[in-house]
Write a protein that binds this ligand. Sequence first.
Ligand SMILES: [Zn+2]
Length: 371
Amino acid sequence: MTRTFFLIHLLLVTQLLFSSISLAHTASTLSPSAQVSTQSWQILQEIVSENGARPAGSSNERQLLHDFTNRYWSQSTGLAVNSQPVTFTVKSNEKHSANVWITYPGKSEGHLVIGAHADSTGEDEGSQGVTDNGIAVALLLALGQQLSTMELNDSVTLVLFGAEEVGLFGSQAFTAALQADSRFLTGAPFPTAMINLDTIAGGDHLYVHSPTKKTYKRCDKDDRYNSSASVRDSLLSVASANALPFSLHPAFPGFPEGETGEWSDHAPFACAGIPVGYIEATNFSINGRDGYDGYSQTLHPLLWDCLDRSEKTACNPDQEQRWGYIWHTQADRLDKLNQLYPKRLRAQLNAVTELLFNFLTSDKSLPPASN
Ligand SMILES: [Zn+2]
């Protein structure tokens, strides 16, 4: 080694050392919320590359429910991960899925359940279920590691539901078990609030919903339907205090402002008497195939056959096929979404993570339940 070469080498090593110190410094200065969001984004890439589409009852759905929770919850927290088998029938075929959850004990009698469905649909069209609902699953997997290091006031259960897309079978089985045995959740008190994460990114705007005041049709007559908007309103007040972009959807026929229907995993919880809030990214200002119902998620022109931007609807409603849908279509793929919206998913993931974090650490996280 010549002397010059040695000096250059020494210089390079010194530079490398300094740059790695500054990188380590950057990593440690990230807030806990930013750390969770960054890790969620990494887990989402793993879900897409290792797991892909996850039809209800498929081996991919089971892999996400069991292998990923083992990797991110059991191995790193040392807490028990619980599961409940879920059997359901589609077109006379019996299929098997599961719910998987972990409970973090808190000091108070409050108990917040945060849930997201693990299955996806639209695999025949090429959907990977990235926004519906892989990104929410990734967030719960990452959040679990962080919660194990925190002192919690309220107990928190994170749950991944199976078989949502084919009829809410997972969340239905979960709430049925809860109602049969109020200590079903590993000895924690009966839940005092539930937050449903379903499609928390992709759509043009972030909303928080409560259930309709009118009892959901799916509830049994003797269910204790809870239409409280308390969880929604607490989430929105935390969002506003932290300048996070969440809002209520405007009223549309059958649905007053901020109130949503029974089409996701919050519904069985509302039927079971638990106050619920539901976070969703879509766009209720679009006049979609069936009106302003939030089913059309985006005004991105590449997700329409022909978009009339000024009217926020299709140029030719009779011929439009695509209607700005991401969910359940070939648009719900990471490669596609990164092209269409280079920064949106990450920004929305950050916003939802920060909202949940601030909600979990705020004094008034669990308002008293009231109908
Ligand atoms: Zn969904």
